[in-house]
Design a protein around this ligand. Structure first.
Ligand SMILES: C[S@@+](CC[C@H](N)C(=O)[O-])C[C@H]1O[C@@H](n2cnc3c(N)ncnc32)[C@H](O)[C@@H]1O
Length: 287
């Protein structure tokens, strides 16, 4: 991907994620069941504590920004940024419903943040960095915004072969019409999943004391029907491809996906995948 089409890519991400915001609100309970443990890990490894001012990149519908807001408590605050305003509308509604008033959500491209230098005590990001056209620019922005000694901890998906719950659908769809095989150099859900990749970018951006851990994730769907609607409605990259297909190709693609996914059906009728995420952390060198 060249720097000329970065703006187009960010605009497409904004549109794709705005289009799935309602579904993310609908599946909020499922998201919590499957991913809430990441919030705890990210908050702990970023060293977020009471009274802190924390930054969250790509907050979407509010994770882990809302959990961080609870951790920092009444004397702290959290700023969450995301490019998709509709995702943040959901985050704001969730904050209100949870009685959380120390979090502020700002619509902003994560690669163009310009917060006051050394103004944050910690930063997090859950499953956003791999969608950025220039992850280094975002990491430099976070590094500048952090106080010396503060940590940034991010979760990204691992490699495609470790994340079949997404890749099964994507692989089938890439065999259909317009949705040609993906450009391996373009941002995608797995573009930062290879061991050492994000850690290397963090080090280049100036972070020290970097760590990386591959974390297994169990992805559970109560039924095949639930998996299919969840994937179609919530996974922005899947939905974007499905919308490009004509009615007949879409129906054939869905049948092919169902056939593949049935292989992961449990005797009780649930769908279960073992996935893998990478948790990567780095510190801004102490003064
Ligand atoms: C998979 S969702 C993760 C949302 C949330 N952090 C979570 O874990 O539930 C990815 C998020 O990244 C956001 N995103 C994608 N590109 C972005 C960009 N260039 N700047 C800021 N946010 C971006 C999307 O709008 C979306 O909300």
């Amino acid at each position: 991907m060249t720097s000329d089409n970065h703006g187009d890519h960010v605009n497409k991400q904004r549109d794709d994620w705005n289009a799935v915001a309602d579904a993310w609100e609908k599946y909020d309970g499922w998201l919590s069941d499957n991913f809430a443990s990441f919030d705890k890990t990210l908050i702990e490894r970023a060293g977020i504590g009471p009274g802190h001012k924390a930054l969250d990149l790509g907050s979407g519908t509010g994770n882990p920004a809302l959990a961080a807001a609870r951790t920092v408590g009444p004397h702290g605050s959290v700023v969450g940024v995301d490019v998709a305003e509709k995702m943040l509308d959901v985050a704001r509604r969730r904050a209100q419903a949870m009685g959380i008033d120390n979090v502020e959500f700002q619509v902003c491209h994560a690669g163009a943040i310009s917060f006051e230098k050394e103004s944050f005590d910690a930063a997090t990001s859950r499953f956003c960095l791999m969608f950025l056209p220039d992850v280094s620019a975002a990491l430099r922005g976070v590094h500048s915004a952090l106080k010396p000694g503060a940590r940034f901890t991010a979760a990204v998906w691992g490699t495609p072969e470790k994340n079949l719950s997404f890749t099964i659908a994507m692989k089938v769809l890439h065999n259909f019409g317009e949705a040609a095989a993906p450009d391996p150099s373009a941002p995608s859900p797995f573009s930062l999943g290879a061991p050492g990749k994000l850690k290397g970018f963090m080090e280049e951006a100036g972070f020290v004391d970097t760590t990386e851990e591959a974390v297994p994730v169990q992805m559970s769907f109560p039924s095949l029907e639930f998996y299919i609607s969840n994937m179609k409605e919530m996974a922005a990259p899947v939905r974007a491809i499905l919308e490009k297909l004509d009615g007949q190709s879409r129906a054939s693609a869905m049948n092919a996906i169902v056939e593949e996914v049935r292989k992961f059906e449990t005797p009780e009728g649930a769908i279960r995948f073992h996935s893998e995420a990478m948790i990567v952390s780095g510190m801004k060198a102490p003064a």
